[in-house]
Design a protein around this ligand. Structure first.
Ligand code: HEC
Length: 216
């Protein structure tokens, strides 16, 4: 093994730029010391990474932006839930008719839920019948468009009926009771929406419900 200095050593001493010997596809390489500004940013980035990694991921001194965003989202969701709970806690006949059922978005959402879940027993047109050829076949549910309300015709009665299902003392319709729709199947909000849809379809049944804060 020769200890003979290479050509590059002399060149470096003289401050010359050295072209390295290898070549790939016509590409050659200078053998130069990287400029200090470049090295400074490079080592600086490593130092920054170490500091950042220790402070953010190991000491918990700072929160990562991911944690900050998650916290913000959780706070917004909590506020939304709290607001909804407040609204639902103060739900009454007037609000159901004049606020919820008067809101086209609520009604549209309620209609979607109705067609998806309720139409099976109450029919898409609320008649609780299905036409098979020329015969009308009754469905398990009660008609909702007959202006007769077995468990009370106030909006809150209907809300309670849909939310909690047939009252314990009901013998059902031909022995069939309605299961509670609130809880496992629908959120309270969805129950409110679907009831709002019913109200919007049957304005004459609820025309005597006064507006919130109004006289009557
Ligand atoms: C599996 C069948 C079934 C489904 C699905 C169903 N219902 Fe019913 N519904 C019934 C039955 C049966 C009754 C009668 C219950 C009784 O008499 O105890 C009833 C009664 C009602 C009543 C009372 C009607 C009246 O004349 O007083 C309302 C309101 C009602 N359902 C709304 C809904 C809504 C809204 C949905 C969808 C979220 C729904 N139902 C889904 C079977 C069903």
């Amino acid at each position: 093994m020769s200890q003979e200095p290479k050509r590059g050593h002399f060149a470096k001493e003289k401050g010359e730029v050295i072209l390295r010997e290898h070549e790939y596809d016509g590409i050659q390489e200078f053998d130069q010391k990287l400029p200090n500004w470049w090295l400074f940013t490079f080592y600086g980035a490593i130092a920054w990474f170490l500091g950042y990694w220790v402070l953010y991921y190991h000491t918990g001194a700072f929160k990562t932006s991911h944690e900050l965003v998650s916290e913000k989202i959780a706070a917004i969701q909590d506020a939304k839930v709290a607001e909804l709970e407040k609204t639902l806690a103060s739900l009454d006949d007037s609000k159901l008719v004049h606020e919820w059922a008067a809101n086209p978005e609520v009604v549209a959402a309620g209609e979607a839920t109705y067609q998806q879940i309720c139409a099976a027993c109450h029919a898409a047109d609320m008649s609780a019948t299905m036409t098979a050829g020329t015969v009308k076949v009754p469905l398990p549910g009660l008609p909702l468009d007959d202006h007769e309300w077995k468990f009370g015709g106030k909006p809150m009665d209907i809300f309670r009926m849909v939310n909690e299902g047939s009252p314990a003392d009901s013998t059902g319709n031909n022995g069939v009771k309605m299961q509670p729709k609130g809880g496992a199947q629908l959120s309270t909000k969805q129950v409110v929406e679907v009831v709002s849809y019913l109200i919007s379809k049957l304005p004459e049944d609820f025309k005597d419900i006064p507006a919130p804060g109004g006289q009557g």
